[in-house]
Unconditional design. Structure first.
Ligand SMILES: NC(=O)C1=CN([C@@H]2O[C@H](COP(=O)(O)OP(=O)(O)OC[C@H]3O[C@@H](n4cnc5c(N)ncnc54)[C@H](OP(=O)(O)O)[C@@H]3O)[C@@H](O)[C@H]2O)C=CC1
Ligand SMILES: N[C@@H](CC(=O)OP(=O)(O)O)C(=O)O
Length: 344
């Protein structure tokens, strides 16, 4: 079954990744591209400054970009991927949901709303059932699903694997690539020969979203995981791939070997964009590294390594591609889950 999809914010950095990932997708057929008023009416190749490392698909290059309104989206589109700036998304996403669209959104607005599923299909697919609560409370026929922040999604699968040992406190320090800030986010003068020890809003997102992702949904309400999470977020001069140093305290004693096995064996799911193995664990303590490991599993696999014991638990490093697993790929995977679960 082909599902006709659209991209809200299709000309942006994440929008371009969506187009790349949707080329030759077995289920999704791209039928709508939206952006701001200044791009509307132009062909995609005129409107977008294409910066992805594969050519614009020829058919997409000639498609006309429309305004980001429900009326502008052609008939027959059922699923929308959203990569709008979060302030814009907060204003316009509800209009699409009221018109009955299913929206898989990468934008950060509403991620912590109690009736919005924040999902990683391999970690908490059951949270999708919050859609029923959402429809009841908001009175719309559509469905809004969010994927987490790119730094959060890099760490959470590894924590999900360790949760069986009783996660109590988690501290994490990040080394984040410049693409996370968008093409014009940090200037070369700011970042070359430098590191910036602050990324606005990022620490709070890691501290809250991770507890929601690992929380329990009881059929009516979602209860956050009880662990405490403290994050320190840093921008470094890599292009893509967020590397993170995690310190996890557990109630049970766990050896590095047991932790590595738990991560390696943490199950993936049978969806097109999900890697065969969710977490690759390196023996070499010098891995993972952004340049060498971000493309693993077509950018969808999480890498981990350097697992060592601490007084109260473990420390290790993890890494993921921030604009694929951390953004567009995460939304596409959520779209595949929505299809699998019958929401489309
Ligand atoms: N860059 C990244 O790696 C990551 C980004 N994100 C999040 O994804 C979202 C998009 O980020 P990114 O792609 O970098 O952003 P960009 O600025 O590159 O792209 C923004 C997109 O939104 C459109 N847009 C802007 N304003 C409006 C408006 N008023 N009405 C309709 N469309 C509008 C733009 O269209 P136009 O070209 O016409 O201006 C463009 O298509 C953000 O919420 C960001 O926080 C999340 C994870 C990673
Ligand atoms: N803040 C992230 C990217 C981002 O836009 O995150 P979010 O999806 O939470 O808005 C980074 O700079 O790497």
């Amino acid at each position: 079954m082909a599902v006709r999809v659209g991209i809200l914010g299709a000309t942006g950095a994440v929008g371009q990744r969506f187009i790349q990932l949707l080329e030759d997708h077995p289920t999704f057929e791209l039928a709508a591209l939206t952006a701001s008023e200044s791009s509307a009416g132009k062909t995609y190749k005129e409107a977008a400054k294409w910066r992805v490392n594969t050519p614009i698909p020829e058919d997409v290059a000639e498609m006309t970009v429309t305004e980001t309104t429900p009326e502008a989206v052609p008939d027959g589109v059922d699923l929308l991927f959203s990569s709008l700036p979060s302030g814009v998304a907060a204003d316009v996403e509800p209009g699409f949901l009221e018109e009955g669209y299913v929206v898989s959104s990468n934008s950060s607005n509403d991620r912590m709303a109690p009736d919005v599923p924040l999902t990683i299909p391999e970690v908490n697919p059951g949270h999708l059932e919050l859609i029923e609560v959402q429809r009841e409370e908001r009175g719309w026929d559509g469905a809004l699903v969010k994927n987490p922040n790119c730094s959060t999604i890099t760490m959470v699968p590894t924590l999900a694997a360790l949760d069986q040992f009783g996660l109590e406190n988690v501290n994490v320090s990040t080394l984040q690539a410049v693409s996370g800030a968008g093409y014009s986010g940090v200037t070369s003068m700011e970042i070359i020969d430098n590191a910036i020890p602050h990324i606005g809003g990022e620490e709070d997102k890691m501290e809250t979203e991770s507890r929601k992702l690992l929380g329990d949904f009881d059929g009516a309400e979602l209860h956050l995981h009880e662990m405490d999470v403290a994050a320190s977020c840093n921008r470094i001069p890599t292009l893509d791939g967020h590397l993170e140093n995690v310190f996890a305290e557990t109630t049970e004693d766990v050896s590095p070997e047991e932790a590595a096995e738990a991560m390696r064996e943490y199950p993936s799911v049978d969806l097109h964009s999900s890697p065969d193995q969710l977490i690759h664990v390196f023996e070499d303590p010098g891995r993972p590294q952004p340049r060498m490991d971000r493309e693993r599993g077509d950018g969808m696999q999480i890498s981990a390594g350097g697992i060592q014991k601490t007084a109260d638990g473990l420390k290790y490093n993890c890494l993921a591609h921030n604009t694929i697993r951390g953004a567009a790929g995460a939304s596409v995977l959520n779209g595949e889950l929505l299809v699998e679960e019958g929401y489309l």
